[in-house]
Each structure stands twice: as C-alpha cells, then as structure tokens.
Write a protein of this length. Sequence first.
Length: 118
Amino acid sequence: QVQLVESGGGLVQAGGSLRLSCAASGSIFSINDMSWYRQAPGKQRELVATITSGGTTNYADSVKGRFTISRDNTKNIVYLQMNSLKPEDTAVYYCKLYQRFGPQGGYWGQGTQVTVSS
C-alpha cells in the first residue's frame, strides 16, 4: 500500500505564489510517475502536471510557464510550485502516484484546497 499526504494549499491573491508538497510513504517502487491533478467545483478532475522518476515532466497548457513540478526521490516527495496564480486556478489539488503492479488508477491523496482571490 501507498499513502500520499498533500500540504501547502491556502488562500492567495491573484498574481501570488504557492508551493504544494506531496509526501509518499509505503511500498514505493523506484520507478513511478507522480502527478498533480485539480478539480474545481462543478468541473471534472484534470491533469495539471506529471513527473517521472527520471525527471521527465509534462504540463497542461493552462499552467505551462507558471507551474513547475519537481520531486525528491530520496524523500519520495513531489512539489508543485505555482506562480502567477489566477482565480481560475482555484480548485482542490490532488497528488497521484502510479507504479507498475499497483492499482490501475494509481494511488491518490486526500487533496488540498487552493483558492485564488481576484
């Protein structure tokens, strides 16, 4: 089993920054993908960014140039640095870990709220 705990959410004004963290623990393989998703009220959950254990990253078009995903493999932590935040970034942000031999849908954290005021 794998447990994921997100932190770092909060209330910030438009144009501000936040850094989210997600700490993973449990039966973690060295090769895995870690991702951030978000879900705004009344909307479907969407992928924000992904990083492989080798450091390859991928971003949603809506956050390219503003958000940066990174990870510390020695601590099994993934970060999401969010700059130039916009009100439309308001959502619950979820961390996901996917690895072979785990659940097809991956492991998920409980989510952390990010609210951007205009």
